[in-house]
Ligand binder design. Structure first.
Ligand code: PGA
Length: 255
């Protein structure tokens, strides 16, 4: 990992798990365990209704708090939606954008991802932009081109200055929640392809952009994945719901 140029970021994606009470308990467990983790940024992306409780529990700690989605409009008649400004005002710093579950179940497209990235940046939120191929697309041999296109569209109209504030997460759809992980070589290859796309858009700035891997990263495989040159952290679902597992991944980023 090129620690000179970019930050390692270990982010938990709790998905639709943990009530506010359960969330507080998990953070209380996590806080002392990660208090010395200065080698990487630690983020937890929690359900909307948990945000207040988690922000309160993370106050004065080294854990940053993110949301899992937001709308691209600033306000208006969008029943059930949450705006970037609402997140910023309560102290949220990160937001996952374009997770494959949102693309698959909620109609998110590359275009809506691009709109959301722009609005997130406007309100000083750090977008964690997710890209990744399905198993069919991998078998068709189009992975690098596909994630390249997803990345290109996500970053349309974004300046180099803003691009370096973003995080990209390579998340092969076939590895999410399945227990199947990309090999460290596969992860590094695709992360490298994403960096090449960013390099074509932004030149040397691409070296400063954190590119995570996500998809069944766990306490056992994290060290190997994180040892790769283009893997600058992880976006972790299942294994972020248990303090001990999440902490092992954070510690693995230090090796
Ligand atoms: P997983 O989820 O670690 O449970 O595979 C990763 C993600 O969806 O971000």
């Amino acid at each position: 990992m090129d620690i000179k140029n970019r930050k390692t970021v270990i982010a938990g994606n709790w998905k639709m798990n943990k009530t506010p009470t359960e969330a507080k308990a998990l953070i209380a467990e996590l806080v002392p365990m990660v208090s010395k983790a200065s080698h990487c940024d630690v983020v937890v992306c929690v359900p909307y209704v948990d945000l207040s409780a988690v922000l309160e529990a993370c106050k004065g700690t080294n854990i940053k708090v993110g949301a899992q989605n937001m709308h691209f409009e600033k306000s208006g008649a969008y029943t059930g939606e949450i705006s970037a400004q609402m997140l910023t005002e309560i102290g949220v710093t990160h937001v996952i954008i374009g997770h494959s579950e949102r693309r698959q179940y909620f109609g998110e497209t590359d275009e809506s991802v691009n709109k959301k990235v722009k609005v997130a940046l406007e309100y000083s939120l750090i977008p964690i932009v997710c890209v990744g191929e399905t198993l069919t697309q991998r078998e068709q041999g189009i992975t690098n081109e596909l994630v390249g296109l997803q990345t290109k569209i996500a970053f349309m109209g974004i300046s180099a200055e803003d691009a370096k504030k973003c995080i990209v997460a390579y998340e092969p759809v076939w590895a999410i929640g399945t227990g199947k992980t990309a090999t460290s070589e596969q992860a590094n290859e695709v992360n490298g392809a994403i960096r090449s796309t960013l390099q074509a858009l932004y030149g040397e700035t691409a070296k400063n952009i954190t590119i995570q891997y996500g998809g069944s990263m766990n306490a056992q495989n994290a060290a190997e994945l994180l040892s790769k040159t283009d893997v600058d952290g992880g976006l972790i679902g299942g294994a972020s719901l248990k303090a001990a597992d999440f902490v092992e991944i954070i510690n693995a980023a230090n090796q």
